[in-house]
Design a protein around this ligand. Structure first.
Ligand code: CP
Ligand code: NVA
Length: 285
């Protein structure tokens, strides 16, 4: 049994396989519509969500299965997490979890009898990174020759994008302030965003305040003010963002609404790639 805590425990071949499956599912959804008949997904959410929740739920329905959404503000706060996961793995065939701390994912993995998928934690967002790479594969003729420039806060989305890009041999320049560098060390850290995007095909950014960091708003806005992705910075390059975006902060309307913006393709691909992830982890395809 394999979990998806981040993408570190997947080989390059496994990731390519999953992306190819995601692309096939997108083209031929009917081929897969009964693959998860009578299968149940439990969805553990400690934080808010729109895309992750809706795409996993819709995905399970479209594969013939069912998903149970669990908002942890309505489950037992005093309960031992291992006990709760042991119970959930009696009911569900697979569990996705959006949590504050990555250690919670580790605890869940220890207790679970079924695969655990990290649906975002403080350090990683693997499903997002796979949807993003799938989008890159669909958009560019030779994705392996592409350069991505990630500009802004070195957060969970940035960490997972670095892991996925490195595994696949895709170059990624990361441009963050010195004290907001990602936990995963990139091959190319370039403090100056202008330098970082110069040779990039795609410029990626994310919110400056991740969930749980609301109290750091003033401090982070000050540090990141020169990292806004605007037309002057990226010209006519492709733009990516995992959403939700704070328009006027990390990105301007002009960039996010431009013809080169891939944000809704990324959001759509969450649905397809997550079906592929679930089918692979359940060993169905
Ligand atoms: N990109 C993403 O994970 O969006 P949600 O927080 O809405 O799920
Ligand atoms: N970095 C953001 C991503 C939201 C999808 C957060 O953790 O809030």
């Amino acid at each position: 049994m394999k979990h998806m805590p981040n993408l570190k425990n997947f080989s390059k071949e496994e990731l390519i396989d999953m992306i190819k499956l995601g692309i096939d599912i997108k083209k031929n959804p009917e081929k897969y519509c009964n693959k998860l008949k009578n299968k149940t997904m439990a969805m553990w959410f400690e934080k808010s969500s729109l895309r992750t929740r809706a795409s996993f739920e819709a995905g399970m329905t479209q594969l013939g299965g069912h998903a149970i959404y669990l908002d942890t503000s309505t489950t037992h706060k005093k309960a031992n997490i291992e006990d709760e996961i042991k119970c959930l793995s009696k009911y569900a065939d697979i569990i996705i979890a959006r949590v504050f701390e990555h250690d919670t994912i580790k605890q869940m993995q220890e207790a679970s009898k079924v695969p655990i998928i990290n649906a975002l934690c403080d350090t990683y967002h693997p499903c997002q990174a796979l949807a993003d790479i799938m989008t890159l594969f669909e958009t560019l003729k030779d994705p392996y020759k592409a350069t991505i420039a990630y500009v802004g806060d070195g957060n969970n989305v940035c960490n997972s994008l670095i892991i996925a890009s490195k595994k696949l041999g895709i170059k990624i320049n990361v441009s963050t302030p010195q004290n907001l560098k990602p936990d995963i060390v990139p091959d190319f850290w370039i403090k100056n965003p202008v330098e970082a995007v110069k040779e990039a095909d795609i410029v990626y950014t994310d919110t400056w305040m991740s969930m749980g960091e609301e109290d750091k708003k003033k401090e982070k806005t000050a540090k990141l003010k020169n990292y806004q992705v605007n037309k002057k910075l990226i010209g006519n390059k492709y733009f990516m963002h995992c959403l939700p975006a704070i328009r006027g902060q990390e990105v301007t309307d002009e960039v996010i609404d431009s013809k080169k913006s891939l944000v809704f393709e990324q959001a759509e691909n969450r649905l397809h790639i997550q079906k592929a992830i679930v089918l692979k982890l359940l060993d169905v395809v």
